[in-house]
Every structure is written in C-alpha cells, then in structure tokens.
Design a protein around this ligand. Structure first.
Ligand code: ADP
Ligand code: MG
Length: 268
C-alpha cells in the first residue's frame, strides 16, 4: 500500500552568521493513511523543524518529503534536484501549542478563517464546519469570543479550524502543553475521538511520553540534535478502541513507557 507520507534520508541545517546548526540527520520513515504517529525527543532536538519540513515551510537540504495525497505524489525534493513546489502544502493542517484564536473574531469566524483565506467558503464547507461545532460541543459558543471559553474548549475550536479545510495530514506541535494536567487529559480524549471519527492521519509532536503512549498507533523516538530516529515502535494494546485515558490503566502502557524511556536515556 502506498504510504500517505514518505520521508527519505532527510537532512536539515539552519544557517546563520554565527554558523550552522544541524537539526536533522538522515531521517527516513513512512506513515500510512489514518495512522496516528507520535514523535518524542529531547527539547531542541529538531521536532518542530521536522513538522515544518513536512508542512513545506522548510525545504530539506538533502533527501525528500513526499505526500501522496489523493493518489498524486507531491514531491519536495532537495535543492540540487528540481523543486516541484514551494510554500506550504495545502493538504496539511498545522496546529500549535498556542491556539492562535483571534479575540476580535467570534468562535465561528475563527474556525472558518482558513477556508476564508483559501477562498473555499461555500455552502458545503460551511455545513461541514457547523456539523463539527455541533458534534464537538461548541455550537452554543459559536457567537462567543475566545476569552469566554475554557482552555480545553479553545483547543477544540483550534482543532476544528485546522480540520475545516479538510487536510489529509494533521501536524500537531505540542498542542496540549499549555493546558493544565486535568484539562489536558480530557482534551487528549476529545482530540483522539475527533481524529478517529474523521479518519485523519496525524503526527503529534510531544515531549510527554505518557501522552505519546496513550494516543498513538506508533511512536518515533528522536535522538539529541542533530536528530536521528533511534526507535520506531508500533504500539499494540490487547483491547482495541481504548480512549487515551483508558490506555493509561492497561498493562501495555507501562511496558511501552519504560521501553521509550530507555531509548531516550540511551540515545536522547
Ligand atoms: P524542538 O522542537 O525539538 O524543541 P526545534 O526543531 O525547534 O526543536 O529546533 C532544533 C534546533 O534548531 C534547536 O537547536 C534550535 O535552537 C535550532 N533552531 C530552530 N529554529 C532555528 C532558526 N530559525 N535558526 C537557527 N536555529 C534554529
Ligand atoms: Mg518544538
């Protein structure tokens, strides 16, 4: 089966007048459609850089990033090879730690922002957004402003905004780290349920091992900078369709947690 995303020998370095910072070294992996992959690694190892390369915000120095969306491979090749496209990939949705909701816009106006910018606001896309607001408990707040919402609700609104243009691949960069622990557990369950229902392929960057083990189908462990992949671990739980919170009580949870912890301490 053709993977949705394919990285081959990707290397990236930042260049400034103070010299070169090599962030990623020879990164190769594939992600299948509807897979949920978590990326963990020490702070500053290159996790956000990896997501920016996948989103098309950065171009690899060598190697390639291929997003096979809707059957057509869209290549972001090296500088030496012909670059087929520049700029952000439309098929990706990027969600960050801060929700970046605009206070002067209502929740509804915030969630349709991406569609507005892409000139894709029409009856069909509006109906999709409305359905998500209803399904995910924000319909009542559609005319409220972000400051009237709790942290968890704001993250849900940010997720709906990211999902509104219907991206094939979601890139989540530590989206829960600004939330308090209790809210975080609840939002993880919400987000996992939403992504499962929408059948989305997602990459979640997190420094929280429990979050990775509770949410993902697979965990990529990155080493210290320049990041290389030191483990690519498929998670399988005997009971299927567990919520992230329920996974935390299963015996496999501790086994995987310890295994990733060891990898991080050995190479991280
Ligand atoms: P992480 O998300 O894992 O914490 P990043 O991908 O943000 O790490 O950064 C990886 C390394 O690249 C860090 O050492 C960081 O200081 C450096 N870096 C990030 N962005 C830039 C930039 N724009 N210019 C120079 N160095 C950068
Ligand atoms: Mg980061």
């Amino acid at each position: 089966m053709t993977p949705l995303l394919e990285l081959e020998h990707v290397t990236y370095a930042y260049h400034s007048k103070n010299g070169e910072v090599c962030a990623l070294s020879d990164i190769s992996f594939q992600i299948q459609k509807a897979e949920f992959v978590a990326v963990v690694g020490p702070s500053g190892c290159g996790k956000s850089t990896l997501l920016s390369l996948i989103a098309g915000l950065l171009t690899p120095e060598s190697g390639s990033v291929l997003l096979h969306s809707t059957g057509e491979g869209e290549a972001y090749c090296t500088k030496e090879r012909k670059k087929t496209q520049t700029g952000i990939r439309k098929d990706t949705g990027y969600m960050l730690q801060k929700d970046h909701l605009f206070e002067w816009r209502t929740i509804y106006q915030n969630v349709i922002l991406g569609l507005e910018i892409q000139h894709r606001l029409n009856e069909k896309t509006e109906a999709r957004v409305e359905k998500m607001l209803r399904d995910y408990g924000l319909w009542r707040f559609r005319n409220a402003h972000p400051s009237e919402l709790s942290g968890g609700m704001r993250q849900r609104a940010a997720l709906i905004r990211t999902l509104a243009p219907n991206p094939e691949l979601l890139l989540l960069d530590e989206p829960f780290s600004a939330l308090d622990f209790q809210t975080r557990l609840a939002v993880c369950d919400d987000v996992a349920a939403i992504l499962r229902k929408e059948q989305k392929t997602a990459i979640l960057v997190t420094h929280d091992l429990s979050e990775a083990v509770s949410m993902a189908d697979r965990v990529l462990v990155l080493s210290r900078r320049p990041a290389t992949i030191c483990a690519n671990l498929k998670l399988s739980f005997e009971k299927s369709d567990l919520t992230p919170f329920a996974r935390r009580n299963e015996p496999e949870f501790r086994t995987y947690f310890n295994q990733i912890w060891r990898e991080l301490n050995q190479y991280g």
